[in-house]
Design a protein around this ligand. Sequence first.
Ligand SMILES: [Fe+2]
Ligand SMILES: [Fe+2]
Length: 453
Amino acid sequence: MEPACQRSLSPVDRENIRVDSIVPILNAGLAQVLLPKHAIQVVRNSILEREIAMKKNRSVFGGANNRRSFLKNGMVAAGAATMGAALLPGTSTAFGRRDDDDAPITKGDIAILTFLSALEQVEADLWIQYAELGGATNQGNSPIDLELNGQKITTGLAPAYITGLLVLDGDMPQYIADNTDDEISHHRFLNNYLASKGAKAIDLSHFATLPPSQVTGVPQKGRLTNLKQLTVDTTWWTRYRSATTNPDLGGTFENAVPDLAKGQHPAIPLSDGDLVLDGSGNISNHLQAIANTAGFHFAFIEQGGSSLYPALAQRVTNLEVLRILLSIGGSEIMHFQTWHDKAGNATNITDGDLTFPNLNAAVDPNNGASGPNVADMFQTNLIMPEPTVFLNPKLGPVSIIRPTSTQQGGAVASVVSFAEDGLFLDPVTKKNTGIVDVLMRLAEEADEARREI
Ligand SMILES: [Fe+2]
Ligand SMILES: [Fe+2]
């Protein structure tokens, strides 16, 4: 059935109803009582038509001021609207929602989408490197069809590395290939959307100067990210297990793998030398440690996206842009949840200065403390977000993504965490490549965006 608000008006209706005289009554919520039904509908349609006419005069980026003046002149005063809401629940707010739904795409929205597209390109770059070495070549009947800009991506070039990854889960190669596919699609879609709105698509590939793995078969072209010397923050592990603290309320968290959070560790085999099997045909402890590092790094990357999208969604104005952020953000959360589960299967091994602790021993790997509270913080199968404090502790604990505040989880915070991870380190200069400056500038513009409703 055609929605009521889109029904057409008869010429008679148009002549008989003086819209301006009824708007205040309608918005006060009294119209349901005072006016016949068809008159209410006529007024609603007239307001809608007026808004559509106004929107035709707006550019994609403009309109916030016009919108405000329309709200000021054409709608009833807030006090009256509140009164209407009190009298007739659910009626007077309908126009407010209508107006929010039609908010234009703002410069802030474009800044947010541009930043996200840039960061998705970074994500795609690192996932492609993982897929080249550890992605599936054949897992099940579904063909592996990874490609970038029409070029097929060769996957699974390091079978011994895959052996190490399979310790974390038998489906790891498929999941790696699929996560890669998702990130490529995120960047491509966001760029296509930007272009469809007359904005500039973003391409940072001129910063692809970092050398990839030397393993045989890996395309020897420059990359945006360096997966050979990572410092992996694993505090997300305890952050999602705490029932009493939240980063948005000042909480701080311990690492699950303290050694990964200091020093520099490879998450991919550097060369064929890393792939050599021992006399019994087993992979080395070192290669298992590389696979374990990758397992924790996967979750680190994806928990970042899980917080970034909801944080930036709070700065978006246009409803369709909000839908994009919620929809892509949800896919980041699905990635994180998967990797969170798999990281817990990393074997308790030591390779040089890197130990993967037994997280099920009820012993804090940071300080040796023990007991049930410690077990709660580290036990590997506690992968659902533990209910914790949110907004105000008086409201009681709730299971949530965290952080989501714009202070803790914004665009700049994401770039900083990626840089601290070592993703952009040039091994020759030992400094970050120029991509960090560009990402920071885009991030600042995204963080400056504000909801303009
Ligand atoms: Fe993504
Ligand atoms: Fe992601």
